[in-house]
Ligand binder design. Sequence first.
Ligand SMILES: C[S@@+](CC[C@H](N)C(=O)[O-])C[C@H]1O[C@@H](n2cnc3c(N)ncnc32)[C@H](O)[C@@H]1O
Length: 328
Amino acid sequence: MAKTKKTTLKDRLKQHLIKYDKIKKIEKTANKIQEAAKAKKHIQNHNKIQLYSTQDKILLIGEGNFSFAKSLAEKLGTGKNILATCLDSEKDLFTKYEDCQDIISRFKELGGTVMFSIDCAKLLKTKAIKNQKFTKIVFNFPHAGAGIADKDRNVRINQELLLSFFNEASGLLTNDNTPKKITKKKKNLQKNIKKRSKQYEESDSEVETEVKSSENPGLLDFDENGDDLGYEDSKPQTNQINTNVDGEIHVTLKSGEPYDSWNIRSIAKKSGKIAIKTTVKFDVAEYPGYEHRRTLGFKTGLSVGENSEVVNKSPKTFVFVRKESLRS
Ligand SMILES: C[S@@+](CC[C@H](N)C(=O)[O-])C[C@H]1O[C@@H](n2cnc3c(N)ncnc32)[C@H](O)[C@@H]1O
């Protein structure tokens, strides 16, 4: 009887040990899976450039000294998918911005293309551009630079500039032609945009979520569940340009007056072609080598450098998409 009890205890101990071993094994596997997921996320975040990737075909409008173009190309590791333009003629540009010659050479070395005398109000009439489609059309710190002292007139002139830009640029955006099932993310995005537009119309105040990319790399805008609304994580990470996407227009503006009075959202609405998708904090530190320039030019010793014109003005990038792409 006593022997049976002893055996039973031994058996039970053995069973416990087997169970313990199994639990340990499961824990080990779970840890491994967790580690692998973390590593994958880490790699994804490192490979991700906040708004731009090597899959984009990018049109830059209104470049100053082309330092944004160069910085972006360096960041992407290539400029072959970037067409950078400015309003000035080549001669005028070289006179206005002493440093631009070297910058442009470097950008071209990286495969970038440069075009001078490109007016954002005439993009659809510009032979070299009108037959192309772009996934991102970017105008950083647009300014007519007309030197008009009257505030109201100044605001109006810049609003007109934005309106013509929106009208033209919207005709150059790529379309996502794949038949889509509406994903939960997309549904949330549409709901969120509708809600925001309604709130905006009602209060005329800005309703937006701003997420610093360094805090949440790769994620730009979130719903209450923390889901990325505007940008999908699941995009294939290849270096091939993918034009089968809904293109975006990016306009970066300083905050405060007179820029707030430009009322960029209303101008986009007025165009009847585009709608706001999100806004993103524009962090100059994300574009090493980028040096903001004023429309009138830059003279060493006379003009203010080191981006001091923009860093203290909480600049943000307004991301617009064609209205239709939100309905699909
Ligand atoms: C404040 S500067 C910003 C320059 C540059 N994007 C930067 O971030 O340093 C404004 C730019 O808008 C450009 N611009 C003004 N009107 C334009 C137009 N109609 N088409 C294209 N660019 C224009 C000016 O030539 C100037 O380069």
